[in-house]
Design a protein around this ligand. Structure first.
Ligand SMILES: Cc1cc2nc3c(=O)[nH]c(=O)nc-3n(C[C@H](O)[C@H](O)[C@H](O)COP(=O)(O)OP(=O)(O)OC[C@H]3O[C@@H](n4cnc5c(N)ncnc54)[C@H](O)[C@@H]3O)c2cc1C
Length: 411
């Protein structure tokens, strides 16, 4: 295997295309989102922009080549996500639902399931959305727990040739779709007679059987459409079960691998923006002193430490996404490090940069706090670092066969 950190001509082109879309479309979009107080209304502002992104082929670039999409490399995905998320992580999270919801379809779907469930997202028009319905209002960290614990509470019961699904789901982007009638596709983590299972519901089966109970008003990622919904007697064909009944815990954990690794890249996107702001401030401001702020060693140290951490998280995330996309054995562990280390470094770095800028950073009209509000979400979304992600690392390292060098392929 060749390892090179130089962008190829195609990657340069990808970076330029994503960056110009981000600056021309996502920057003004986020100004509009920032001016809207209503969580539903501001999320709906994303829809026409998503239609343009779909037309530009961006949705297909999240679907792997073997399934008809354009995604072939984890590093390409990282470059693409970083550019878009630098202007609007909300937009990327909204568009990237299929990255999680379709992951178990790629892993264990029958040819018929793959053809049917992937097709709506291989389009050049519209704004199709998918939701991975894992989280529940009463908590999800222990979704795999068995009685007497509750574990996952959403229940699917077989009635003839159909599953009948009842329960409550929360937080996942687009649980209600754009209009409250459901997304184009929802992968539902639920309990069946044989344990935790994954069942796919399409919009036609959700319509009329889903109630949006609440639109969350998020402090960051304000364009994300996150809701709490009730599923009432959702009937889906029996053959919408993914893989084996009772295999849902494993499939759910695997489903969050690519998106978990990409949290490192989301974090880089936020850090890089905050760094630019702090660097410009440090060059341009004397704050009543004799020299620009950057000439104070303490400030320069903060900037230097921040930059080193940004570079480190970027490379870790490239490596993790590359491992996930190419199916290298180190992927599960690297994805967890990119998620945990990336998200927590993001919070630490932006907090430090705020201190370097000082009180100006605390002005809501100064562009810094927005990145802190976004990055604060990263340790807790995609499986909170405390309740979910570190426990997965603990399980790996508790295995007597755990080999520390394996993640890097150096064992
Ligand atoms: C913008 C956004 C997008 C999201 N997208 C999705 C999505 O697409 N799909 C989806 O299903 N969810 C989504 N979520 C929810 C997200 O994935 C959460 O990480 C998930 O619900 C789990 O939350 P949690 O880890 O805090 O667990 P909770 O069950 O809420 O637990 C809360 C806390 O209790 C403690 N705890 C509980 N049990 C244990 C334990 N056994 N060991 C140690 N500590 C424990 C931990 O401190 C934990 O953080 C999204 C959330 C946001 C804000």
């Amino acid at each position: 295997m060749t390892v090179s950190f130089s962008l190829t001509a195609d990657q340069e082109q990808l970076k330029r295309q994503a960056r110009s879309f981000a600056r021309e479309q996502l920057r003004p979009l986020m100004t509009a989102v920032g001016q809207s107080a209503d969580p539903l209304q501001r999320a709906l502002l994303l829809r026409p922009v998503m239609e343009q992104a779909v037309q530009a082929g961006f949705l297909k670039s999240l679907i792997p080549v073997p399934f008809g999409g354009l995604a072939s490399s984890g590093v390409d995905a990282a470059i693409f996500i970083e550019e878009l998320a630098s202007e609007s992580p909300d937009f990327v999270i909204s568009m990237a639902g299929p990255l999680i919801a379709l992951a178990p379809v790629y892993e264990v779907g029958t040819p018929e399931q793959i053809a049917r469930f992937v097709a709506p997202f291989l389009t050049d028009h519209g704004a199709p959305v998918a939701a991975m319905a894992y989280s529940e209002p009463g908590g999800s960290a222990n979704f795999d727990a068995e009685a007497p614990a509750e574990g996952v509470r959403t229940r699917a019961v077989l009635d003839g040739d159909e599953w009948v699904i009842n329960g409550s789901k929360a937080w996942a982007s687009h649980l209600g779709g754009w209009d409250g009638e459901g997304p184009d596709l929802m992968t539902i983590v639920c309990r069946t007679d044989k344990g935790v299972s994954l069942i796919v519901a399409e919009r036609e089966q959700l319509r009329g059987h889903i109630d949006v109970d609440e639109y969350y008003d998020l402090p960051g990622l304000r364009g994300c459409l996150t809701t709490r919904v009730t599923l009432r007697d959702v009937r889906v064909p029996k053959d919408h079960l993914l893989g084996d009944e009772g295999d849902g815990v494993r499939l759910t954990r695997n489903a969050f691998q690519a998106s978990g690794a990409s949290i490192g890249t989301f974090s880089v996107a936020a850090m890089r923006q905050a760094f630019d702001i702090a660097l410009r401030f440090a060059h341009g401001e004397k704050r009543g002193g004799l020299v620009p702020v950057i000439e104070h060693q303490a400030v320069a140290d903060i900037l230097a430490d921040a930059k080193g951490k940004i570079e480190a998280v970027r490379l870790l995330s490239w490596s993790a996404l590359d491992a996930v996309f190419s199916g290298r054995p180190g992927a599960p562990e690297l994805a967890l490090h990119a998620k945990i280390f990336g998200s927590e470094t993001g919070v630490e770095v932006i907090n430090a940069l705020i201190k370097a800028v000082g009180v100006t950073a605390y002005d809501g009209n100064f562009p810094m706090l927005r990145h802190l509000m976004d990055v604060l979400a990263y340790p807790i979304i995609e499986g909170g670092n405390v309740g979910v992600r570190r426990r997965q690392l603990q399980a790996m390292m508790s295995d007597p066969a755990y080999e520390p060098l394996a993640a890097s392929g150096l064992a």
